[in-house]
Design a protein around this ligand. Structure first.
Ligand SMILES: C[S@@+](CC[C@H](N)C(=O)[O-])C[C@H]1O[C@@H](n2cnc3c(N)ncnc32)[C@H](O)[C@@H]1O
Length: 207
């Protein structure tokens, strides 16, 4: 049976206290660091960054670890319990994030230079629509660092708890193209659970 959106948020409220540690232990935080540093860009202190489906803000934290504090960091997240943990984690790094509590598509923000979205479109009822909503949060040329679940038996087990979707490579590349993104780079996580469950894609908004 599919979970409704509010079921999912309640489920994440419950998972929140252990989520950040779990992201560390399972290697997702390191995986995000590697993905964000793969291009060896110069630090981008002036960027406006939004972490979509931020959870406890592991992806945003990885951004700050690599680029330093951005001019603005927004955490878009429906679970107030998850996002409170994320806020605390970023404050510990000297960053005061703006909190946009709500679902993707339900909040309006200033156009971002960079969107981070890890393991979130898997939960959205229509993945193409979700990617279009992410595109609309970016300025033209703005970059999306997307991490999505891929078909693997590990995800079959995770699905029993989370009822999330997985995407084949051609499928997610096709959706990004349709949503108005150009894919710049695919990233394979080298080790541990992220290598089995997920793939990274760097794309930019075409217009
Ligand atoms: C698998 S967790 C990932 C959290 C974080 N990105 C990370 O990598 O640790 C998915 C997150 O997306 C949020 N979420 C689910 N549906 C969403 C939606 N429609 N819009 C925005 N966030 C959503 C959940 O509340 C949850 O915190």
């Amino acid at each position: 049976m599919e979970k409704t959106t509010s079921d999912t948020t309640l489920h994440y409220d419950t998972a929140a206290p252990k989520w950040r540690d779990k992201m560390r232990t399972l290697g997702y935080y390191d995986a995000y660091l590697r993905f964000l540093s793969a291009e060896q860009r110069a630090p981008e202190p002036k960027s406006r960054v939004v972490d979509i489906g931020a959870g406890t803000a592991s992806f945003a934290e990885a951004w700050v670890a690599i680029h330093g504090p951005p001019s603005e960091m927004t955490l878009l997240e429906p679970s107030h319990v998850m996002v409170k943990q994320g806020q605390d984690a970023l404050r510990a790094r000297g960053v005061e994030p703006s909190i946009a509590q709500g679902m993707l598509g339900s909040v309006e923000l200033k156009p971002a230079d960079v969107a981070l979205a890890a393991h979130v479109i898997e939960h959205c009822p229509d993945a193409l629509n979700a990617l279009e909503q992410i595109r609309d949060l970016l300025r033209p040329g703005g970059r999306l660092y997307l991490v999505v679940s891929k078909p693997h038996w590990c995800n079959a087990i995770i699905w029993l708890q989370w009822r999330h979707r997985t995407f084949r490579k051609e499928q997610i590349l096709g959706l990004l193209e349709k949503a108005g993104f150009t894919c710049d780079r695919e990233f394979s996580f080298p080790a541990g659970p992220p290598s089995r469950t997920s793939r990274g894609i760097l794309a930019h908004r075409r217009v």
